[in-house]
Write a protein of this length. Structure first.
Lengths: 232, 646
């Protein structure tokens, strides 16, 4: 397996240092993850905007599509060397190019995702769970939403919990991501009947019930992209 | 120096206009900077936190910076920008919750007069007061709109006031709020509510949105102030409503669906659930349905037990219909603009995918990855268990073709190195494949339109040898008294450059073909996702990969009497930038996960193969993958965000 089977030096910090035999997701794989996410957002852009149109200002797909394309362009032009570089590049590009609240929230997610292991050249499964933890904490701090407010957090937070739980009894990233995808699907479905309390959808209050939250749906795409690009 | 001002808005024009107003009323120059809009000429509305930071830094000075924001994400962007500032600068910046235009003008005036940051912010916050007072004097019709009701409250002394504590676990969520709106509408009185605990409000009792903005949680104290002829009656009604936790009066019926919170559990006739009680509803029922629809029914049937749940049932049907709508479009066959049918079939790797595929309107199942259905175990379970599962899958999509891929151990779970995998492994160890062949034949014997797909074929002999195993299995089954069909269509996946280049030869032995773009890309470009140094080379739109796809399509076009349709599996089949290329190269079937079917069909419907073919031919000669991408952007104008006119 060459580099993918190796383990990084001990300077990389908690959750990152690969123990003997532990998988390591190298930074280019993280780029592949984001490329997969970008592809899925492009495919589903109209649908995300339509969902947003039902409860908000109909721009979630357009905005995210633009931001992801810019971020991916930058990732390809200046390939990141470390997890921190990856998170910083994606985060800053999303902040600058999405334009809506989702740009700030996803931007914060990736900035702190990367900052959880700034110097590392890859993430172990536990490191990935820890990075996700940091990203979700940033979204919580920034958006001040809670689970049940019908936001992207309704997917991101259950996934965090699923990754945490899975990380306790497995070091297999594929298994962890499978659990994460299940949690994401449940979280996404659970947003349908909810009444929005945060974000633009909250302006229409009860009318937001009966629709999937577009932010939760794009977050689900992010998790799905992870399952198809990171494991194996 | 003076306090500087930064204006943050989604709209550059709004911000400039507001800034223009502010400059007009302040006689000396106010240091004012604008951060508004984003760099996209077609969609200029949005906020960029980096611009906000730049604007703050542009005007930052010793006296501080007041930031005024318009809506929603402007606040998030400004908060984020604050976090990006140096700590000493951060302390001088104040994000102000004042009304945007009035606050800006007031702040500009206050800044000009030399006020400090706190004082300027105070003036900005108070800036709505003149408008309120002015309109309050006009005697707006009470209840005409939310703001009028607010004005009414400010102007006239309330005739009746009550205070109650909210005890429902979820606070004043949508359902209790709807009950309040309903009660308020019954009396000739106008009321406003305040959340005394949090200091929010007042809001009109008739505004659902307004009530929700009070942020009333369990234990909060709410004050109602009412005016009008029936003001005391209304406050009494609301106090009584609060006392019974916003449920309807004793003895009124309720329907089962409301109670258990499960959509679809309700009775269409609104029959009350046996033994149901209403006190826990706030815990589970929130948001099951639009509460307003529920509310409407209750008002209609006030004191009438006939159909209390009918409104809820109707609303539920509306919600279901809403969710079914995109599915209906997905269920229809996808034709390109020039009338070419593109079959969009499901890629099934989990048992649950089958139901999803049916619901998503799949034109069939393009690939069943048996080994992942059985949990990724490289050895499939016994023949009976397999046969039962295949029959179930086929029955889920009656009449639609189902393609079963033979065991591809290691091909899915990890990017397999070239070597002993797919058909190579199963021919080496037939005991791995024979039960699967027998299970497939038994399924086909029951009349299901099943087909078999062989992974990793590189030489025609592999197809011949599989046919021989199939012949043997068929003979064995016949000896056991079954009557499997004489012909089970046998296809191949093209995973290697070898198979692509020899597609003509291989198709002489096979009945259909699917291109496995993931493996084909890896093997063609000799790169792996996990290899840091070469992962960036892995692009399905690399001209080399495209040429191999074209080679397969050309061979398929010449196969048989009228050609063989070419299918594509893998990530490329759901990549919106690949679809124009694939269709242009002659691909006519796409196997994608169920959740992507609707979106893929949508894109197919706006494409025109007649126009794509010459463009795709040019892409084959492109000098680089990057050049191909630039060509793709011209092939499908719909790829650019929000250009949905087709």
């Amino acid at each position: 397996m060459g580099r993918t089977g190796g383990h990084p030096g001990s300077h990389l910090g908690d959750g990152v240092t690969g123990r003997q035999g532990e998988q390591l997701v190298p930074v280019p794989r993280l780029v592949g993850w984001f490329a997969g996410f970008t592809r899925d957002v492009a495919l589903h852009a109209d649908e995300l905007s339509a969902l947003d149109g039902a409860i908000g200002d109909a721009d979630h797909g357009t905005n995210l599509n633009r931001g992801c394309r810019e971020a991916l362009r930058t990732l390809h032009a200046e390939p990141p060397r470390t997890v921190g570089d990856f998170g910083r590049t994606v985060g800053m590009q999303l902040l600058a190019h999405v334009g809506g609240a989702s740009g700030v929230l996803y931007g914060s997610f990736f900035l702190d995702f990367g900052a959880s292991a700034p110097g590392a050249q890859g993430l172990t499964p536990r490191g990935f769970a820890a990075a996700w933890h940091a990203g979700v904490a940033a979204v919580v701090a920034r958006g001040r939403a809670e689970v049940g407010d019908k936001t992207m957090l309704d997917v991101l937070a259950p996934v965090r919990d699923a990754l945490d739980t899975a990380a306790w009894h497995t070091v297999d990233l594929g298994g962890m991501l499978k659990a994460a995808l299940d949690a994401a699907e449940q979280g996404l479905e659970a947003t349908v009947p909810l009444v929005a309390r945060k974000g633009r959808a909250s302006y229409i209050g009860p009318r937001s019930a009966g629709h999937q939250d577009p932010g939760a749906r794009s977050s689900w795409l992010l998790v799905r992209a992870a399952t198809t690009t990171l494991a194996g | 120096m003076s306090v500087a001002i930064v204006v943050v808005s989604h709209s550059a024009r709004l911000a400039e206009g507001a800034a223009e107003l502010a400059r007009a009323v302040s006689t000396t120059a106010v240091r004012l900077a604008v951060a508004a809009g984003i760099d996209d000429p077609r969609h200029p509305l949005g906020c960029d936190p980096l611009r906000v930071r730049a604007a703050i830094e542009e005007v930052d000075g010793a006296d501080g910076v007041l930031v005024l924001m318009d809506l929603g994400s402007a606040l998030l962007s400004a908060e984020f920008a604050l976090g990006l500032l140096a700590p000493e600068a951060r302390g001088r910046v104040l994000l102000c919750d004042a009304p945007f235009v009035e606050g800006l003008v007031a702040a500009a005036v206050a800044s000009m007069s030399g006020a400090g940051l706190t004082e300027v912010a105070g003036h900005a916050r108070a800036a709505l007061q003149p408008k309120r007072e002015h309109l309050a004097g006009r005697g707006h019709a009470p209840g005409a709109d939310a703001h009028a009701a607010l004005a009414f409250d400010e102007a006239a002394p309330p005739a009746a006031v009550v205070t109650f504590t909210v005890r429902t676990p979820q606070g004043l969520h949508a359902r209790p709020a709807a009950a309040i709106v309903r009660a308020a509408g019954r009396r000739r009185a106008t009321a406003v509510l305040r959340n005394l605990t949090s200091g929010t409000g007042p809001v009109p009792a008739t505004s659902l949105n307004g009530l929700l903005t009070l942020g009333v949680r369990q234990g909060h104290q709410v004050q109602v102030a009412a005016t009008g002829p029936e003001a005391p009656a209304l406050t009494a009604d609301l106090r009584a409503l609060a006392a019974r936790d916003f449920t309807q009066p004793e003895g009124a019926p309720r329907d089962a669906a409301d109670e258990d919170g499960l959509p679809g559990a309700g009775d269409e006739d609104g029959r009350p659930a046996a033994g149901a009680t209403g006190t826990r509803r706030g815990v589970t029922a929130e948001g099951v349905l639009p509460d307003t629809a529920d509310a409407g029914t209750r008002r209609d049937t006030d004191g009438n037990r006939a159909r209390p749940g009918a409104g809820a049932a109707r609303a539920r049907r509306d919600v279901e219909a809403d969710r079914a709508r995109p599915r209906a479009a997905a269920g229809a066959a996808a034709y390109t603009q020039d009338g070419v049918r593109i079959r969009v079939v499901a890629d099934v790797g989990r048992v649950g995918d089958v139901a999803d595929a049916e619901a998503a309107g799949a034109d069939g199942i393009g690939v069943v990855r048996a080994e992942s259905l059985f949990g990724g175990d490289p050895v499939l379970p016994g023949e009976d268990e397999q046969a039962a599962l295949y029959a179930r899958i086929c029955s889920a999509l009656p009449g639609r073709p189902v393609v079963l891929r033979t065991l591809d151990a290691g091909g899915d779970t990890a990017p397999a190195p070239p070597g002993l995998r797919g058909i190579r492994l199963t021919l080496r160890q037939p005991e791995l494949m024979v039960p699967q062949l027998r299970a497939a034949l038994r399924t086909a014997a029951a009349g299901h339109p099943l087909r078999l797909l062989l992974p990793m074929v590189t030489v025609a002999d592999e197809i011949h040898r599989t046919r021989e195993l199939l012949r043997q299995a068929r003979a064995d089954l016949a000896a056991e008294g079954l009557h499997p069909p004489g012909h089970l269509p046998l296809g191949i996946t093209v995973d290697t450059p070898a198979a692509a280049l020899k597609a003509g030869t291989l198709l002489g032995a096979a009945d259909f073909v699917a291109i496995g773009t993931d493996d084909l890309t890896r093997y063609t470009l000799a790169a792996e996702r996990g290899d840091a140094d070469v992962a960036h080379l892995l692009r399905e739109w690399d001209p080399a990969v495209l040429r191999l796809i074209a080679s397969v399509a050309a061979a398929a076009g010449e196969s048989g009497e009228s050609g063989v349709p070419v299918a594509v599996l893998g990530a490329a089949a759901r990549d919106p930038r690949m679809l124009p290329l694939l269709l242009g190269l002659g691909v006519r079937e796409l196997a994608v996960p169920a959740v992507d079917i609707a979106a893929v069909k949508e894109q197919v419907r706006r494409l025109d193969t007649g126009r794509l073919a010459p463009a795709a031919a040019r892409a084959l000669r492109a000098g680089s993958a990057e050049e191909v991408l630039r060509m793709v952007d011209r092939m499908d104008p719909g790829l650019a965000p929000q250009n949905g006119e087709t």
